[in-house]
Design a protein around this ligand. Structure first.
Ligand code: SF4
Length: 361
């Protein structure tokens, strides 16, 4: 275990009860006498700007137009978020056939293919696009370079909606590689104009390795000036790299479908730290904490802080007496909402010009 110099001194939460006593926070069970002493919180963790915006779009659409609001695919990959929005009146669908005429439809943060976009428009739905602007940026780049005659090598996970959306910006000429071995298998029609694009939520290290393999096979390939992996994915992985060597076990709050959450757990495991991903506190197992004194805790970009707090309470019930927050990057990025969904203090809808909106900082 390394020196704890990266961990802020002050506790961010009140300490739990001493080991061996009843949990006064409502827990009915007598706490196990585990060796857990401290919870170290990764910084940053949890919601990113794209997730914040996507959820706000659905909530504001519900507020303005009333239920139901149809959402294509889970708005973000988190069980709690999706269930909460369902209760508020959102209906999640995969097929446009399941959306009635005249309905309001929101595209998820992962983005959609051109075919889905055009078909939704043809059917006359009122559409709000919650695609993360950093995913849209990749779509725009693909369309632009395609016009210049480029073919693409996309690094990503087959079947992930973001990958389907990005690959679906073109009818052909975009080749998916999931790992280094795939690089040898693809057959572009030409090699003079090839460009790499990536899913935004990949492992930074894996993507670099695969990009290197692509460059080795196609030395003239064009890679993005700034990689497509987003700031939130990068920052959360960087925080896990700092935190992992300082803890005996790392817990990642995130749903099984969440790409960036899975990458955080994998990263910690690669660094030699026992790591588990949980959708919520109920999935924590006491046996994981036997003989562990320092517990690291982080959350994927789609996991709300309320779930982190519930996990903290549960680990405190197992004996943790202090919670400390890592020093880390403070994220101030905020993405603009679509026009027509900004509300004033009285709940009236305001049209907002782009210049009035927060910009990427
Ligand atoms: S993880 Fe990155 S790409 Fe995905 S919604 Fe968040 S900021 Fe956007």
């Amino acid at each position: 275990m390394t020196d704890n110099k990266d961990i802020a001194k002050e506790d961010q939460f009140s300490a739990g009860p001493p080991p061996g006593k009843l949990d006064p926070s409502g827990g009915s069970a007598v706490r196990e006498a585990t060796s857990v002493g401290v919870i170290l919180l990764a910084e940053p963790r949890g919601f990113c700007a794209g997730v914040d915006r996507a959820i706000e779009i659905v909530e504001r659409a519900l507020s303005k137009f009333g239920a139901p609001i149809y959402v294509r695919h889970e708005i973000v990959h988190n069980t709690y978020v999706v269930n909460d929005l369902k209760q508020k009146g959102a209906i999640f669908i995969e097929e446009l056939d399941d959306v009635p005429p005249g309905a309001t439809l929101v595209f998820s943060a992962h983005g959609v293919s051109r075919a889905i976009q055009l078909e939704a428009q043809r059917r006359g739905f009122q559409i709000f696009d919650a695609t993360c602007p950093l995913v849209t940026k990749v779509h725009v780049e693909v369309a632009k370079l395609h016009k210049e005659g480029f073919e693409f090598i996309m690094i990503g996970h087959k079947g992930h909606p973001e990958v389907e959306g990005t690959m679906g910006q073109l009818d052909s000429g975009i080749h998916l590689v999931e790992d280094v071995a795939d690089v040898a298998r693809i057959s572009p029609l030409q090699t003079e104009r090839l460009a790499v694009v990536t899913q935004t939520t990949l492992s930074v290290d894996d993507a670099a390795e695969i990009t290197a393999a692509v460059k080795a096979r196609f030395p003239q390939v064009r890679s993005p000036k700034l990689q497509d992996i987003c700031y939130a994915t990068q920052n959360r992985q960087d925080a896990v790299k700092v935190l992992s060597p300082q803890v005996d076990i790392l817990i990642v709050v995130g749903s099984p479908t969440s790409s960036n959450s899975n990458r955080l757990r994998e990263l910690a495991a690669k660094l030699g730290t026992e790591a588990y991903m949980v959708d919520d506190a109920s999935e924590l197992q006491e046996s994981w904490f036997a003989g562990k004194s320092r517990v690291g805790l982080t959350a994927g970009a789609s996991a709300p802080e309320i779930l982190v707090k519930q996990v903290i309470d549960r680990i405190k019930a197992l004996g943790a007496v202090s919670v400390r927050k890592m020093a880390g990057i403070e994220e101030t990025i905020k993405f603009p909402l679509p026009k027509g969904l900004k509300l004033d203090a009285q709940g009236q809808t305001l049209e907002v010009s782009d210049s009035q909106l927060h910009q990427l900082s």
